[in-house]
Design a protein around this ligand. Structure first.
Ligand code: BES
Ligand code: ZN
Ligand code: ZN
Length: 501
């Protein structure tokens, strides 16, 4: 998949050579001088004429007419050196890889030295190369007679980097690739329609993943849930012919099972809304209501690849939310595993019910820290749009660690407030401990506040990805459809995690 060589070999034959180009300081000096010389200074002319651009994310394809081994140079605009960032590099490379794939090339070479500047070194650049490569070239296969996947894929990357040891570069390429591929797995899970990914299918997938990385697995069946009193998850499943699953994966990277991070992902494989049924326009797309589960499974894949010295328990409550004579009804009162009773005012607020038992169960498995991820509310889209994940927390220090990871992954997160008066609203039922839908005012906060009732005093962060799990617009690092959002943030968070004092 990747080959690393420490000297740039201009005679080596490649379909293309990717070269980074800064706007300032001027172009073909220093690292790029050799390349321009091979063309007797003609590249400098092309830049002057605007045929090659150094503007951020501009891609310029130049045929080399056998002057060098590579058939083409792909110049990637990196803007001004002073304004250069890792995020820009990742997106610029994404734009380049998309074009290379569209041009049906099957291999590419990268001149790594041309991508480093300031504090961004070869290790960072190598990570950006493979992460962007994996993310940008992703396609969901689909079910057409002719697959959506490209006929020809880039199968090999040659990386020329002289500034760091080749083994270190290779290690960083592997890490970046793991981040990209774990995210792609999350995307595929979200893109799968509800009939192709039931709770049973998700459990099978989790078992397969666990086998690959030697995670300990536990899959709770309906009977187990009844025994454990998981009345909240069972209530959501009540109207379905598909059995529910509570999926647990354990990764132990420390000698002792302590300082355990619980990752909890909403795994509603299709959300009709139940008797509080969704309108016909709002129901389309609800196959993505397991985006939280996908993010957690994607993160577990990255964790399995990179094996950080951390302990993680992943808990995924999975079912669809359907209607039948047996289904949950508005006004019903149910009892969660925690013992807290819940008055169901809206069967479409099902995610928080499933998460309630999952959070309780994560604690039973020893989770000392909790992060839940869920396509929980339309309200978060109203509040923050489709670019930003909404967050709530009961612990600012833990949230800070999530925020740092999200910056590194370039997956924006914004915290919403959670005051005592907000908590009061989820406790306002006259006949039960909690109610699952205290009205539309601030309802992204209400969704999180409800889950927080089950986290209790355990440090907890809630991530509402209803707006960010999917996109209807292709972008530099992926196609339209599922984004795989939070898989990378969660994995980075776990890798960098430091226990709270
Ligand atoms: N799965 C939805 C939230 C959602 C909406 C996800 C749009 C992705 C896109 C969730 O179960 C839901 O229906 N939430 C309700 C909560 C309300 C009834 C309190 C909502 O947001 O309208
Ligand atoms: Zn719902
Ligand atoms: Zn839902």
């Amino acid at each position: 998949m990747f080959t690393v060589q420490s000297e740039l070999n201009l005679t080596a034959e490649h379909e293309c050579l990717i070269i980074g180009l800064f706007d300032q300081p001027q172009k073909f000096e220093g690292k790029l001088e050799r390349i321009d010389k091979a063309f007797d200074g003609a590249l400098t002319e092309l830049v002057k004429n605007g045929d090659i651009s150094a503007k951020p994310k501009a891609i310029s394809k130049i045929h080399t007419f056998q002057k060098v081994g590579s058939k083409r140079f792909i110049f990637v605009g990196l803007g001004k050196e002073k304004e250069y960032t890792f995020d820009l590099l990742r997106e610029a490379l994404g734009a380049a890889f998309k074009q290379i794939q569209a041009a049906k090339m099957t291999e590419a070479a990268v001149y790594l030295d041309s991508l480093t500047a300031g504090s961004l070194d070869s290790i960072d650049a190598a990570h950006a190369v493979t992460e962007s490569f994996a993310l940008a070239t992703y396609q969901f296969e689909g079910y057409k007679e002719k697959s959506n996947e490209p006929e020809k894929k880039i199968e090999h990357l040659f990386v020329y980097g002289s500034e760091t040891d080749a083994e270190e570069i290779k290690a960083s390429l592997t890490v970046g690739y793991a981040y990209g591929m774990g995210t792609n797995s999350a995307r595929t899970l979200v893109n799968l329609p509800g009939n192709m990914l039931t709770a049973t299918d998700m459990a099978e997938y989790a078992k397969e993943l666990a086998g690959r990385y030697e995670f300990e697995t536990e899959i709770l069946e309906k009977e187990d849930m009844i025994k454990l009193g998981m009345g909240a998850l069972l209530a959501v499943n009540q109207g379905s012919v598909e059995p529910p699953k509570m999926i647990v994966l354990k990764y132990q990277g420390k000698d002792e099972w302590e300082d355990v991070i619980g990752l909890v992902g909403k795994g509603i494989t299709f959300d009709t809304g139940g008797y509080s049924i969704k309108p016909k326009d709002g129901i389309v797309g609800m196959k993505s209501d397991m985006g939280g589960a996908a993010a957690v499974l994607g993160a577990m894949e990255i964790i399995g690849e990179l094996k950080p010295e951390q302990n993680v328990v992943a808990v995924i409550p999975s079912t669809d939310n359907m209607i039948s004579g047996a289904a949950l009804k508005p006004d019903d009162v149910i009892t969660s595993m925690s013992g807290k009773t819940i008055e169901v005012l809206n069967t479409d607020a099902e995610g928080r019910l499933a998460l309630a038992d999952a959070v309780t169960y994560a604690k039973h498995h020893g989770a000392n820290y909790l992060v839940d991820v869920a396509t929980l509310t339309g309200g978060v889209i109203v509040a923050l749009g489709t670019n930003t994940t909404g967050a709530l927390t009961n612990n600012e220090a833990l949230f800070e660690q999530i925020l740092e990871a999200s910056h590194e992954a370039d997956e924006p997160v914004w915290q919403l407030p959670l005051f005592e008066k907000d908590k009061k609203r989820v406790r306002s039922s006259k006949i039960a401990d909690l109610n699952n839908s205290p009205g539309r005012e601030g309802h992204a906060i209400m969704g999180g506040a409800f889950v927080g009732e089950f986290a209790e005093n355990t440090p907890w962060v809630h991530l509402d990805i209803a707006g960010t799990a999917t996109t209807n617009q292709a972008y530099d690092l992926g196609p339209s459809g599922a984004t795989g959002v939070m898989a990378r943030t969660l994995a980075l968070f776990v890798e960098r995690f430091e226990t709270l004092k």
